[in-house]
Design a protein. Structure first.
Length: 252
C-alpha cells in the first residue's frame, strides 16, 4: 500500500468547522495528520476538534477571524507552540452571501468578500512560511470555485475573489518552488451543503446537475479526498495546478 506520508504531519484548515472545511479536517486526521481548526465559529471548531481526537489524532481549535492579520499570526503561533511545525495549509475560509446585481453591490460587500476569501489566503500563506521553510517542505492548498470557470450571475465579488485565489496559487508556486513548497488549488462545483439554500433554488441545482457529465451531487467528502491527495506525498511533483471537482460541469 502506498503511503500518503501524512503521519504526524500538522495541517491548518481555515474555515474548518463546517461543510467542506470539516470534511477536509477529518480526512486529513484519518490519514494520520494532526489538525488545527481555524474558524471564527469557535464552538463548532471545538466540536470538530473532538471528532479529530476520537480518531486518535491531536487537534487544536483556534478562534480566528481570517480578516485580521494579528489573529492569523496568533493562530499560527499557537499551532507551532503546540505541534512545533506546520506542514500543510488549507485556505478554505470563505463567504458566499446572497446574489447581488452589480448595480446594487456595495463597496463594503466587495471588500468583505475579498478579505475573507482572498486576502486571508495571502496572509495565512505568509504566516506559515517560516515553519515550512525551516522544514524544507510544505503543501499549500487553496479552495477556489468552479464559478471562476463558468461565471455566475449576480456574484461578481465572489467570482473575482475565487479567481484571485487561482492567480495567487500560480504566483506562489513560482515563488516557493525553490523551498520545495507545493501550492495548488481546488475548484469545487455545486457542493451539497446546508448553506446552498442561500444562493440557489432546487431548480437551479437540478439545472446544474443536468449539465454535469456525472448526474450526481458533489459532496464535501469529494473535495476532501482531493485535498488529501494534494496534501500527501503523492502530489509532490505537482504545483501551480487547479483541480476541478465538479462532476464534469466545466472543463478547463
Amino acid at each position: 500500500m502506498t503511503s500518503l506520508g501524512l503521519e504526524n504531519k500538522v495541517a491548518i484548515v481555515t474555515g474548518g468547522a463546517r461543510n467542506i472545511g470539516r470534511a477536509i479536517v477529518l480526512e486529513l486526521a484519518r490519514s494520520g495528520a494532526n489538525v488545527v481548526i481555524a474558524d471564527i465559529q469557535h464552538a463548532k471548531a471545538r466540536k470538530v476538534a473532538l471528532e479529530v481526537e476520537r480518531l486518535k489524532r491531536r487537534a487544536l481549535a483556534v478562534e480566528t477571524d481570517v480578516r485580521d492579520k494579528t489573529q492569523i499570526a496568533r493562530m499560527v503561533a499557537l499551532a507551532v507552540e503546540k505541534f512545533s511545525r506546520v506542514d500543510i495549509l488549507v485556505n478554505n475560509a470563505a463567504i458566499v452571501g446572497f446574489p447581488t446585481p452589480i448595480e446594487t453591490l456595495t463597496v463594503e460587500h466587495w471588500d468583505r468578500m475579498q478579505e475573507v476569501s482572498l486576502r486571508s489566503a495571502f496572509l495565512c500563506a505568509q504566516a506559515v512560511l517560516p515553519s515550512m521553510k525551516r522544514l524544507g517542505k510544505g503543501k499549500i492548498i487553496n479552495i477556489s470555485s468552479v464559478v471562476f470557470w463558468v461565471g455566475a450571475k449576480n456574484a461578481s465579488a465572489y467570482v473575482a475573489a475565487k479567481g484571485g485565489l487561482i492567480g495567487l496559487t500560480r504566483s506562489l508556486a513560482r515563488d516557493l518552488g525553490e523551498h520545495k513548497i507545493n501550492v495548488n488549488a481546488i475548484t469545487p462545483g455545486a457542493v451539497k451543503t446546508p448553506a446552498e439554500v442561500k444562493i440557489a433554488t432546487q431548480e437551479d441545482i437540478a439545472r446544474i446537475v443536468n449539465s454535469q457529465c456525472l448526474k450526481r451531487r458533489v459532496l464535501p467528502g469529494d473535495i476532501a479526498r482531493v485535498a488529501l491527495f494534494l496534501a500527501s506525498d503523492l502530489s509532490d511533483a505537482m504545483t501551480g495546478q487547479t483541480l476541478n471537482v465538479d462532476a464534469g460541469w466545466a472543463f478547463h
